[in-house]
Design a protein. Structure first.
Length: 442
């Protein structure tokens, strides 16, 4: 609300400042010629007509952020801990089905819901947490999606156990720069969103190989996280907001479409086609126009854009509860595990921002900015919020679009081949009682 009043004050103060400057110019530089007074009177008369327009542009973003924040807290959120079954024989396609079914853009039904109630897209947070070496799986969702998420997880992974945490595990993280230390990174796609990363299809999981023949993409990350000491915490947070059209009716000042048109444009460029999809030269066997890699890229693009998509941003954090025991060797693997999803010439996942400064000797001489960054990153982690800032300096780590297939590749219930000691599983398979048991007295 403070930002709203600040913008309103600026909307009134800026025109008045220009008016005072004009008066000074006329009286002291041009003399007190009263010939300009009618024009000045007309300008002052018309000034209130422009104030609403100026006020709208200055306070629009602040107001929308305010009402959407109120809607965010009004919706409420819950953290679900996923306890892994002893056997998981399904591919990541099962998790792709979950992401497809819980997709909920929450578009407002009218302008009142958009601009007064702040109804808007809400993120789903997929989380891996290493608490002193114990690796846990969490999903944080709006309370409205809790039942849907649980039912879909049970349907896709029958042996899984889901437990709602009464106290969010992230609440234990109370930032105290005098005692503790941390380092965080933002990881996103390095290239345009339409170019997909390596997914479970390229890993061969779509062919359902035997469990001992599978390569589990998450194994390296889980193995590293299990190495954390009792005083260390390693967090991977994947924030996913439904990818949907944005326009005035949905509460957005500028209109933005989905990624299908960008994908078609890129394919046309690779194929040498114009906007109508017509090629200037025919492709023949003796003179192929595309390499095998380009064909694979086009097939991957078409496959991905045909699926449900999310705007995704990944946060990685290494935290030590004792400042004197900060281990720099724990930093690089937090984001290094994402390099296996890279495809040369297509796309990759990599760090695009961090809490530290590359040139702190002149960017942050006192170190106060770095401490402020770390505090803000911890708070955003707890709130499941991702703020990449604005301007060209922050363009690199804005959220990028991912299909449900890409998302399921980097976050799913790992198979039984992952035997990491820090990854606990349910001791035995649980079965429901048969439905035909006799009931009542004999």
């Amino acid at each position: 609300m403070k930002d709203v009043f600040t913008g309103a004050f600026a909307a009134i103060a800026i025109p008045l400042c220009f008016g005072v400057i004009g008066l000074v110019y006329w009286f002291f530089l041009r003399g007190s010629d009263i010939a300009f007074l009618p024009a000045l009177s007309l300008a002052l008369f018309l000034l209130p007509l422009f104030l609403p327009i100026i006020l709208f542009y200055l306070t629009y973003d602040q107001w929308m952020e305010f009402v959407r924040t109120m809607f965010y807290f009004k919706m409420g959120r819950t953290t679900l801990r996923i306890k892994l079954p002893p056997e998981v024989l399904k591919s990541p396609e099962a998790m792709e089905s979950v992401f497809t079914h819980v997709y909920a853009p929450m578009n407002p039904d009218n302008l009142s819901e958009a601009y007064l109630d702040g109804k808007s897209k809400q993120p789903i947070s997929l989380e891996l947490a290493s608490i002193g070496g114990e690796v846990r799986f969490y999903i944080n969702v709006p309370r409205k999606l809790k039942d849907v998420m649980e039912s879909q997880l049970y349907a896709s992974y029958p042996g899984v156990e889901i437990e709602e945490e009464l106290l969010d595990y992230a609440s234990e993280l109370q930032w105290n720069p005098e005692k503790m230390d941390m380092m965080g990174f933002h990881v996103v796609k390095k290239e345009d969103s339409i170019y997909p990363i390596k997914t479970y299809v390229e890993f061969g999981h779509d062919r359902l190989p035997k469990e001992e023949e599978k390569y589990e993409p998450m194994a390296a990350m889980i193995e590293f996280m299990s190495k954390a000491k009792p005083h260390e915490r390693v967090y991977i947070q994947i924030l996913c907001t439904p990818h949907a059209k944005e326009n005035f009716a949905n509460g957005y000042r500028t209109e933005a479409g989905t990624w299908e048109k960008d994908a078609q444009k890129a394919i046309n460029e690779m194929m040498g086609r114009d906007e109508r999809g017509q090629s200037t030269a025919e492709e023949t066997e003796s003179r192929p126009m595309l390499t095998s890699g380009e064909r694979d890229t086009i097939a991957a693009i078409e496959r991905n854009v045909s699926k449900v998509a999310y705007d995704v941003a990944i946060r990685t954090m290494y935290v030590t509860l004792y400042k004197t025991q900060f281990n720099p060797q724990m930093i690089a693997p937090t984001f290094g595990a994402f390099t296996q999803y890279s495809v040369i010439g297509r796309n990759a996942l990599g760090p695009r921002w961090k809490t530290d400064f590359d040139n702190s000797w002149y960017e942050d001489v006192s170190g106060a900015k770095k401490i402020a960054r770390k505090k803000e990153e911890v708070e955003h982690f707890k709130l499941r919020k991702y703020w990449a800032g604005t301007g060209k300096a922050n363009a690199g780590h804005q959220p990028k679009t991912m299909s449900a297939e890409e998302l399921a590749t980097i976050f799913h219930i790992p198979g039984s081949s992952v035997l990491t000691p820090g990854l606990s599983r349910i001791p035995s398979k649980r079965q429901n009682a048969p439905g035909n048991l006799p009931v009542g007295e004999l």
